[in-house]
Design a protein around this ligand. Sequence first.
Ligand code: FAD
Length: 267
Amino acid sequence: MISINEYATPESVEEAYNLLIKKRNNVVFGGGAFIRMGSKNISTAIDLSKANFNYIVEDENTINIGAMTTLGDIEHSPILKKYFNNVLAKSVREIVGIQLRNIVTVGGTVYSRYGFSDFITGLLALNTNVELYKQGNISLDKFLEEGSRERDILKSISIMKDNRKAAFSSMRNSKGDYAILNVAISNLNGKYRIAVGARPNRAVLANKSMEYLNNNGFSQKNAVEAAKIASEELTFGTNSRGSNIYRKQLCYVLVKNTLMEVQGYED
Ligand SMILES: Cc1cc2nc3c(=O)[nH]c(=O)nc-3n(C[C@H](O)[C@H](O)[C@H](O)COP(=O)(O)OP(=O)(O)OC[C@H]3O[C@@H](n4cnc5c(N)ncnc54)[C@H](O)[C@@H]3O)c2cc1C
């Protein structure tokens, strides 16, 4: 159970940040769904819902998504539907149910770098940047590797509109459960990005597999080889949902099938 002493609804990110750094146990709230699963004495809950962070907009080169946008908004966005074969909507569709997806936020998900996240894997296959209030703009790859150097607030993410084709797949023991493994792959002019998450650790790129495909091009035979390379280069862990050996095998199957799906969009 959590307990909250005070509740603040700052109207700007500056105000929110000043509250955040005032005390160690002041906490930023996105949808609050994950925070509520833990147990914590919170001095001030900083609810970002009045800080104007709920938006999905596009300009000439990028799609910008505010931190308080929900995964439900991602699922139904007419803007996102136009790009990347709607891969971001596909990445969140299996998460629990409509009610939860309408609460949980982009900011809470990406800032926390959850290993199980389906959405992060989808984003990693695209050219995505993360905008933090204090630390500024960094690539998602780097943010996933290094995290935040200091307490910060994620303001938004931006995705390059580069016309890549993309596909997402995951394997679950049952509907509504966390994924045992998830995979997102994109292809931009023969250059592939292969992201694998829920290993159960954080999503990473399968760099050797990408290099193989980028050098040798796509064919059914090369897709099989790329899937084999991905399953061998990445590390997998064991938890209650699946063993490392099972995940390695799943990685091979999901990468192969997802590559075939992406290639299908090119024809
Ligand atoms: C029961 C349940 C099942 C789930 N199943 C899945 C699943 O199968 N697949 C999947 O991908 N995800 C799953 N999730 C995770 C979900 O998709 C979200 O990623 C998660 O709930 C975080 O979003 P939130 O808005 O609830 O964050 P919150 O609970 O509000 O916050 C989470 C953390 O992020 C911090 N935070 C929030 N917003 C910001 C910000 N803008 N800047 C900096 N820090 C911030 C908070 O301080 C806190 O530490 C599940 C969640 C729940 C509760």
